[in-house]
Design a protein. Structure first.
Length: 198
């Protein structure tokens, strides 16, 4: 077998594990989504099972990435960015970063209206920064119940139980920066002219 192809296939397992942990998905959830058994998924991630097209296609769909991204194919010189949105439960996530590890950036669109999900706060390792682009975002964070409007931001430790959804009947769009290892986003801004501290 071609050495480069062999090397690319061997790197698929760690990449699959990284994608799954970044998205906070369990093997059993992924098995339900892809119709691939938990044991096969586990063996793919550890490199005990050789990846095939039949296994990689549903995984690429589940993660919202291309096959090229799964096998780390060399760039073709095409300068276009191919964003692969994923939609689940009225939420569309568009990844804005394409590298494993470090801070991940997403644009998130939450549908509003009758099909809105009931709050179900979750906690996990990491740190998140949100910036509302359009609409009003309801954020449940521990004991706090907040509504953020366009232009407002929040940052928090994701070990605190949290949930977000549309605050009213309008769709809400926001940016999310998430660091699995607890990296914090820092925003530095100069005061407006006339806003001087004494």
């Amino acid at each position: 077998m071609d050495h480069d192809l062999d090397q690319a296939l061997n790197s698929v397992g760690p990449r699959l594990r990284t994608l799954r942990t970044q998205r906070d998905i369990t093997l059993s959830d992924l098995a339900t989504t892809t119709a691939i058994s938990v044991s096969t998924l586990s063996r793919l991630e550890t490199g005990e099972r050789r990846p095939t097209l039949e296994l990689l296609l549903p995984l690429a769909r589940a993660y919202g990435v291309t096959l090229d991204e799964l096998v780390d194919a060399p760039p073709t010189g095409d300068p276009r960015v191919h964003l692969r949105p994923t939609t689940r439960g009225g939420m569309t996530m568009i990844p804005l970063t394409r590298r494993p590890g470090g801070i991940q950036a997403y644009k998130i669109v939450l549908s509003a209206g009758p099909g809105r999900q009931e709050p179900d706060p979750q906690a996990h390792e990491g740190y998140e920064w949100l910036y509302v682009l359009n609409g009003r975002l309801r954020v449940l964070l521990g004991e706090h119940d907040l509504v953020l409007g366009a232009g407002e931001a929040a940052e928090f430790d994701t070990r605190v139980p949290h949930w977000f959804g549309a605050a009213d009947e309008q769709t809400v769009e926001f940016l999310s920066l998430f660091g699995a290892q607890g990296e914090k986003a820092h925003l530095r801004a100069r005061p407006k002219q006339g806003d001087r501290t004494v």
